[in-house]
Write a protein that binds this ligand. Structure first.
Ligand code: HEM
Length: 469
């Protein structure tokens, strides 16, 4: 039920920067949205009115109390906003979990949640992940001292892991290569269109449209074939495809082939780019902070001493996790979330009329000086239990929050811990000196010019010495 929290005498409206009719603050925001939203929050406060966006009014909410109200306390009142969505992109995502609302969403979430959050499932994922990482490590160790683009490598690695976990496809198979190739086309298409004011309809056969449609067709052909084969197979598979095929709603009804396909592809959308960009930023932060790097080495030497991590090691890789948390605070892959309120609402004392578009910005909230001491400083120690105590619930939202919190949060945090631990034990990744690193906000927050780094072998002495000390 939608909670009506408006008292009759509350009609305070938020202020904000000068805006234009219809397009509001879009022109100022489009050139550097992170700077624009950060300045808007610093100048106008917890809730900012950003003028119109088409027929809707646009508001930015950054204070943790307001964020919590939207994501948790009154979440029934919010549906996903679609102004920032490319409607043609739904051709790819279909009716998968990330795109659904209301009862359909609840039913899907209930079905999928245990596959991502049960201890047994995550434990099974760990050995799958370490096998894929081991292969990459072997390749990298054979090309030590070479320069690679870590951003591109992390994308391929996280794609291989997700594809293996979802479909049990061999990371070196031609199907995996085809999905990865098709994904490049899809991502390029989406990146070009997401912020474009005018989008050429898909029915117009421009070369870009044709390539996009072909890429979707490639993905569909592979996924549908796997669904058909799996329904006929008597073998046991410990992957998400089997989970979906065997899943039953409370009514006993199973999922259609279309819905299984939609869920799989929606998980590609949710998981590929976000994981890869976050990992890229971790390597960048480590390359810039040698003191953090040595502390990480100490932990790896103590916990692992050079061996491959297991599921039981994950809780002991505490500092590794703190490095990841701090990187995702400074560089949240999902830097903006948008939604629409069904009924009027009151947020941090401000009246928000029904049908408005609300944006939350994890990036801005993660940099609020009122919450975070030295917000721009990379300081993994701020995630120690002592320093984290008392921090407001919604001050940190790289995975969103509330009932629609990221389903892959445990999966991906585990994956990142394993990748950082396994690679760092053997190699040091050094950013090519002088390479410009800028944030690109067109989709997931990524590095605009890639992350060229050199793979420097770590001397085995480094590990053993620290072990003895
Ligand atoms: C570092 C990597 C990741 C980040 C930063 C991230 C972030 C997020 C965020 C912020 C949301 C909320 C979106 C919204 O409310 O509109 C979300 C939702 C979701 N994520 Fe992730 N995600 C990551 C990786 C993954 C992975 C690896 C998977 C699965 C393979 C995944 C599956 C999902 C799903 C299914 C949802 C929709 C949940 C729902 O609506 O109930 N994510 N993610």
């Amino acid at each position: 039920m939608v909670k009506q929290s408006i008292s009759p005498n509350v009609r305070k409206t938020p202020s904000g920067p000068r805006s234009y009719p219809i397009i509001g603050c879009f022109p100022q925001m489009a050139s550097n949205p992170l700077q624009f939203l950060t300045n808007a929050a610093r100048e106008y406060g917890d809730v900012v009115h950003l003028g119109p966006i088409g027929p809707q009014q646009l508001y930015l909410v950054t204070h943790p109390d307001g964020v919590k109200h939207i994501l948790l306390d009154n979440f029934h009142n919010y549906v996903k906003g679609d102004n920032f969505k490319d409607k043609d992109f739904t051709l790819l995502v279909g009716n998968g979990l990330i795109n659904s609302e209301g009862d359909a969403w609840r039913r899907q979430r209930r079905l999928l949640q245990p596959a991502f959050h049960s201890r047994q499932q995550i434990a099974a994922m760990v050995s799958l992940m370490t096998n894929v990482i081991e292969e990459l490590l072997e390749q990298w160790r054979s090309i030590e001292n070479t320069q690679i683009d870590v951003a591109a490598e992390m994308l391929e690695l996280s794609q291989k892991i997700v594809i293996k976990a979802l479909l049990s496809l061999d990371p070196n198979s031609s199907e995996t290569a085809q999905i990865i190739q098709a994904w490049h086309t899809v991502l390029g298409f989406h990146t070009d269109r997401i912020w474009a004011f005018f989008k050429v309809p898909l029915s117009v056969p421009t070369p870009k449209n044709v390539r996009f449609l072909q890429a979707v067709e490639t993905i569909n052909t592979i996924v549908y074939r796997l669904i058909r084969e799996r329904r006929q197979s008597s073998n046991d598979y410990d992957d998400l495809l089997s989970w979906l095929i065997n899943a039953r709603h409370e009514s006993g009804e199973g999922l259609s082939d279309e819905l299984v396909r939609d869920e799989i592809v929606a998980l590609f959308v949710a998981g590929f780019d976000t994981s890869a960009t976050s990992l890229g930023w971790v390597w960048y932060m480590l390359s810039q902070h040698p003191n953090v790097e040595s502390k990480l080495q100490e932990e790896l030497a103590t916990v692992l001493g050079g061996r491959t991590p297991t599921y039981e090691d994950i809780p002991n890789l505490k500092y590794t996790k703190m490095v990841i948390q701090e990187t995702m605070r400074l560089y949240p892959a999902v830097w903006i979330l948008s939604m629409t309120n069904v009924a009027d609402d009151e947020i941090c004392g401000y009246h928000i009329p029904a049908g408005s578009m609300i944006v939350l910005s994890p990036f801005v909230t993660h940099h609020l000086p009122s919450i975070w001491e030295n917000p721009d400083k990379f300081d993994p120690e701020r995630w120690s239990p002592e320093r984290s105590a008392g921090r407001p619930w919604a001050s940190y939202l790289p995975f969103g929050g509330g009932p629609r919190q990221c389903l892959g949060d445990v999966f991906v945090t585990t994956e990142m811990q394993l990748i950082i631990a396994m690679v760092s034990q053997h190699l040091r990744l050094k950013l090519v000196p002088g390479h410009p690193v800028e944030m690109d906000t067109r989709l997931a927050l990524r590095s605009r010019h890639g992350l060229p780094m050199t793979l420097e072998p770590r001397k085995s002495r480094e590990l053993t010495l620290q072990n003895v000390e």
